[in-house]
Design a protein around this ligand. Sequence first.
Ligand code: MG
Ligand code: MG
Length: 258
Amino acid sequence: MIYLKTDEEIELLRENNILVSQTLAEVGRHIRPGVTTLELDRIAEEFIRAHGAVPAFLGYQGFPASLCISVNEQVVHGIPSSKCVLKEGDIVSVDCGTFMKGFVGDSAYTFAVGEVSEDVRQLMQVTKEALYKGTAQAKAGNRVGDVSAAVQEYAESFGYGVVRELEGHGLGRKMHEDPGVPNYGARGRGPLLKEGMVICIEPMINMGTKAVVFERDGWTVRTRDRKPAAHYEFAVAVRKSGPDVLTDFSIIEQAINN
Ligand code: MG
Ligand code: MG
């Protein structure tokens, strides 16, 4: 069941996703060699609660933390840990959710720890660009497959692996609503995008094989070949006039470029 949102509901979703963007910016300010992913999780939880929201991931299906933090070959759903110490050259994908005023925010960003190699830098840039290409298709009258195909075609044109096992989703009062938004697919196929739909578009792109492994901790997903992966996520309201992006990466990028 796909829930269409009113303008008022979209503004509450925007409020949540701006708070998620601000939280990711705050986390980004603290990303450096030597910091643990558990420290980053604490910073995020405090920041979210200080702004009158609740971390949406904490306790979700039993997830034990406020952020998913996935380092290098980890694709998504990494569990923050005091044992995971970031080092120069790592990349770290941070996925963050908030719950406030009855609605959920959900966005993600991949950060570099210090200087990363040129091939890793390209993986990050291409994954973010794939998100932008997919987002451009999120307008009323298009179909989910138009978003999916745009993401897939761009990522695969660089020889990257597009993860199949996980996908984007509708967003609203619940974190995961219909429709599913795969990162691969065919133009003109899938559910029709309508004014008032809110979807999360979240390419998970691997430098090597698209194949992933689900770790025994019950959460972490990593690349099978242990090459790095990147993950960026926007919440987007579908409008007749085009995509209305509820997440704001400029908040994050201003924070990390200072
Ligand atoms: Mg997310
Ligand atoms: Mg999501």
